[in-house]
Design a binder for this molecule. Structure first.
Ligand SMILES: C[S@@+](CC[C@H](N)C(=O)[O-])C[C@H]1O[C@@H](n2cnc3c(N)ncnc32)[C@H](O)[C@@H]1O
Length: 391
């Protein structure tokens, strides 16, 4: 296909748009219920997306060759099985994709979803999607393809499901294989902005109290005597003797297990922890989730959080090895780059989703983070687009 028309459903800020345009496509229709997304989309592509897709008649959508959609994953009614597919999908946004496919019968469809879709509802969700698309006259692979940008050297771990569909008359889809042994190496440096290129860099810097808190946790990691760095979450309120009156059986077994492990860690390091903990508690941030540490950066002789990537999560400070970032998410919980002592900027989030530097993010920063967190990775869509169109 040298040139083709496509529609961008659940368009967000246009991850599909970026990819399809680069493959020669022309967008003839876009839709998203979120007004901020619509504004960002229009500012970047000069197309004003329509709103809620459930309110749009298929006949009001222009003819197209390719339907693209990164749709929200919803459970289907099991009762529908007996009544037919329409009843199974009705009331879900997948149903809206189906009625548009049924009306327009585009040559191709490319869908994206969370990884969980493959196993969601014990496989029922995938089965319904697969069977419904087949019943509409499309060929697709028997299993959805799971793929992540970090497989191809983009430093974001974001496993997502890609569903390629081609009209039966056109042919079959070649099997898609990817040998993880061929995985490209990633470096976070490839997407980082130089600090002196970041306007208002102060906004992204972490606070002195947080720096001090990380220093305290580094001191902890570097002074505890252990065979292996803790693979369990360190809960500072559990670094103490066990209270013989406390009934631990009221907790789930995983929690009991962590409590015992924290207690063992304390018993083996009682001297150091008794001196460290009261000092740590003097840091105003050392409470709740920030008084917990999840070291997930492997075994190393000199653990140092400043050399890694970390996130302030509700479950604790989670430290990851610095080769790629965890998946961007739609809530403001961006990663902190230890070596830079700052949060990811919106431009860096754009790069993690393979949006070009010419892309104009939402001026409202919280919205920009949310929109990149929701977006599809452009390079992944290009890869599956090429595979689907045989180019
Ligand atoms: C996972 S995001 C897709 C993001 C998009 N692929 C991108 O690259 O930015 C799902 C989108 O569906 C939109 N959405 C949810 N319900 C919708 C509806 N009823 N009609 C249109 N869009 C809807 C959300 O606002 C969200 O932007």
């Amino acid at each position: 296909m040298k040139s083709f028309k496509y529609i961008d459903l659940f368009c967000g800020i246009g991850g599909f748009h970026q990819a399809m345009q680069s493959l020669g496509g022309k967008c003839v229709f876009a839709s998203d219920i979120d007004e901020d997304c619509r504004k960002t989309y229009e500012a970047n592509y000069g197309i004003k997306p329509t709103g809620d897709i459930t309110k749009i008649e298929a006949c009001d959508i222009p003819a197209h060759d390719v339907l693209c959609a990164g749709f929200p994953c919803q459970a289907f009614s099991k009762a529908g099985k007996r009544l037919g597919f329409d009843d199974e999908t009705k009331g879900t946004l997948f149903f809206d994709i189906c009625r548009i496919l049924e009306f327009h019968k585009p040559k191709y469809a490319l869908l994206e979803n969370v990884r969980n879709l493959a196993s969601h509802d014990k496989g029922n969700t995938w089965r319904v999607i697969h069977d419904k698309l087949v019943s509409l006259g499309y060929n697709l692979l028997p299993e959805p393809v799971i793929f992540s940008p970090h497989y191809v050297g983009i430093p974001q771990h974001r496993e997502r499901v890609y569903i390629m569909c081609v009209k039966k008359e056109i042919g079959d889809i070649r099997p898609f294989t990817f040998d993880k042994k061929e995985m490209a190496s990633c470096t976070i440096e490839s997407i980082l902005q130089k600090d002196d290129e970041i306007p208002n860099i102060q906004e992204y810097r972490i606070s002195p109290d947080l720096e001090d808190l990380i220093d305290l946790w580094n001191e902890f990691l570097q002074n505890i005597v252990v065979d292996k760095l803790p693979g369990f979450p360190v809960w500072s309120d559990r670094l103490c003797d066990l209270d013989p009156h406390e009934d631990l059986t009221e907790y789930p077994s995983w929690k009991q297990n962590f409590i015992h492990k924290n207690n063992e860690l304390y018993l083996a390091n009682r001297g150091f922890i008794s001196e460290w903990l009261p000092r740590a508690k003097r840091n105003p941030l050392f409470f709740g989730a920030k008084a917990k540490l999840e070291w997930q950066a492997g075994q190393t002789k000199l653990p140092n959080i400043w050399n890694q990537i970390f996130q302030l999560r509700p479950s604790g400070i989670r430290v990851k090895v610095n080769s790629y970032f965890p998946a961007l998410v739609a809530i403001v919980q961006t990663s902190i780059i230890g070596s830079r002592r700052r949060f990811l900027t919106p431009r860096e989030c754009a790069r993690l989703q393979s949006f070009p530097d010419t892309f104009l993010p939402d001026v409202k920063q919280a919205q920009a983070y949310k929109q990149f967190g929701n977006a599809v990775n452009v390079e992944c869509v290009k890869l599956f687009g090429r595979h689907l169109f045989n180019i």
